[in-house]
Design a protein around this ligand. Structure first.
Ligand SMILES: [Mg+2]
Length: 163
């Protein structure tokens, strides 16, 4: 599997701790076209009943079993209620992620969330991890990660997980 091979290379070239940050919408949970309105209006159940993308989740489960990486969920929400829904969803669909490794940021705009996510990575790895691996479906966030963290971060678009 391509992604597993990629991770072996990273592990081989890095002697320190590695933290892996996983986005939710569009990575492990479905991201339906047009659902932005429900998110914006804080409609109950928008996150709670999202369809889990089993192919991604199974690959990440394998990564968790095969590597000594610390795995984090890194997701942005518009409202605090959505954190509760996402957390319940994670407990049900990705129980191998520790509860304390569920990281959420609350952002008022689509733009804000990018920097909030990168700041969260910075705080989390500070002094503890040599490298951060980031998986996201938004190229802008991955570019910003490189701009802010340089070679401390290895960014992956979600599609690299498959095949
Ligand atoms: Mg996403």
């Amino acid at each position: 599997m391509y992604f597993i091979k990629e991770l072996h290379k990273i592990r081989y070239n890095c002697t320190g701790g590695i933290a892996l940050f996983i986005d939710m919408d569009g990575v492990v949970a479905d991201y339906r076209f047009g659902e932005g309105e429900n998110i914006e209006n804080n409609v109950y159940g928008t996150y709670l009943y999202k369809r889990p993308i089993k192919t991604s989740i199974n690959i990440l489960k394998k990564v968790n079993e095969q590597f000594d990486f610390e795995m984090f969920i890194l997701s942005s929400c518009r409202y605090s209620e959505q954190i509760g829904e996402k957390s319940k969803w994670l407990e049900k669909n990705m129980p191998f992620i520790k509860k304390e490794n569920q990281l959420f940021v609350i952002s008022n705009t689509f733009e804000d969330r990018k920097m909030l996510k990168i700041d969260k990575i910075k705080q989390t790895i500070d002094g503890k991890y040599e490298k951060a691996i980031m998986i996201d479906d938004t190229h802008d966030v991955l570019f910003l990660a490189i701009k802010e963290l340089g070679d401390k971060v290895v960014p992956y678009h979600v599609i690299t997980l498959f095949d």
